[in-house]
Ligand binder design. Sequence first.
Ligand code: AMP
Ligand code: FE
Ligand code: FE
Ligand code: ZN
Length: 283
Amino acid sequence: MRIDLHAHSTASDGTDTPAELMGKAAGAGLDVVAITDHDTTAGWAAAAEALPPGLTLVRGAELSARWYGDGPGVGLHLLVYLFDPAHEGLSAEMARVRESRETRARRMVELLNADGIDVTLAEVLADAPGGTVGRPHIAHALMRRGLVGSVDEAFGPEWLGRRYRLPKDDIDVFTAVRLAREAGGVPVLAHPRAGRRGHIVPDSLIAELAAAGLWGVEAGHADHTPEDREHVRSLARDLGLRVTGSSDYHGRNKTITLAAFTTVPAVYEDLAATATGTVPLRR
Ligand code: AMP
Ligand code: FE
Ligand code: FE
Ligand code: ZN
C-alpha cells in the first residue's frame, strides 16, 4: 500500500483541480491520498466525485495555526483528517482564517501598489477560485509581470518572504487541536522542522500539544533533512505520537511530486480507526 496524506488542490494553493489531483494520485500508484487544502473543505466534494476505482480518499485540511505563547509566537500547520465538516466551531475558525487571508492579500497588494507594482486584488482573487487565497497567488501575479521567475523566487526576502509579507489571523494551536478532536478528526502536526517556512516548532511545544490531544506528527517531508526526520521520529516515540510521511504536493507551485514521501499502512489504519467525523471514501 502506498499512502500519501498531504496534498493541495486549487481549493487552496495547489495547481491541480481536486478532480485532477485524484487522477494524478492514481497515476502515481497511490492506494490512499489525502486532500488537505489550507483552511478549507471546498475541494472535498469534487475530489470524491472524481475518485478513480482503487484509490481511497482521506478528506482533511491543513489548518493555519499559531502558538501565541512567546512574543510574536510561532506559525505552524496542523493537518486534520476525517473531521465532520459541519462542526460549527471548526468550520467557523476556518472561515475566519480564510477571511483574514483575503484582508491580508488586499493589504499586501496595497503595499506592492505603493511601490509602483501594479498587481490587482481582482487578479489575485480570480486565481484562487476555491476561496483560500495565499501568497502563491500573489506570486503568480508577480510572475505575470515578469518580476520574478518562479513561486520560489517570489518567496525570497525582497518579495513575499519578508518585504511585503504581512501576518494573517491564525487559529490558536491549542484551540485547533481541541476543535479537531471535537469534530471527530485526527490532528497531525505538519512539517515541524521546516525552518524555511518560519520558526522550527520547539520540542517542548510538541510535548504540550501531545498532552492536549495531538495524535501524530509528520516526519517524512521534503523540507526536513534526514536528521530532522530522525529527530521527529525519536521525539514521537518518546511522546507516544504516530509518525506520518507525505509529499505536501502543490502541483506546479512546488517541485515535489505525489508519493515522494509516504506513510506506513499501520499508521493509516490506526488513523482511519481513530476518526469519528467522517470516513475514508472508496469506490
Ligand atoms: P500563505 O499560506 O499565504 O502564508 O503562504 C504560504 C504557502 O506558500 C505555503 O503553504 C506553501 O504552500 C507556499 N510556499 C511557501 N514557501 C514556498 C516556496 N519557497 N515556494 C513555493 N511555495 C511556497
Ligand atoms: Fe501551501
Ligand atoms: Fe504546510
Ligand atoms: Zn501543505
